[in-house]
Design a protein around this ligand. Sequence first.
Ligand SMILES: [Zn+2]
Length: 116
Amino acid sequence: MITCPTCERPPTKRDGRDHRDRQSYACGPCRRDFTAGSSSIFAGYRWPAEVILAAVRWYLSYSLSIRQVTELLAERGIDVSPRTVLTWAHSFGPQLCWRPGDGVPKGKGLGAPAAT
Ligand SMILES: [Zn+2]
């Protein structure tokens, strides 16, 4: 069951759709509006979690430069600055560091970078 990310109580009611067409909820006790993604570590970022995860994974796993990661994203139609990718790496890298056997963070359809 979804709970309010602020007070952790169940939402009082459904409250229409947000600008990305996601179900919005209203919390009666704290009067906050939220969606199922509001408590995600990616909440507030412009790009979807799968794009951020792919960029950080490529940067950390394949020892690519920030500029190379930016170019790989651009090949997939994702126009971000190297500074943005660097910010993602600094923000999410420590949380996403993994060792073999820990499993791989799941992306959605971007795949591994092509060999150059
Ligand atoms: Zn609340």
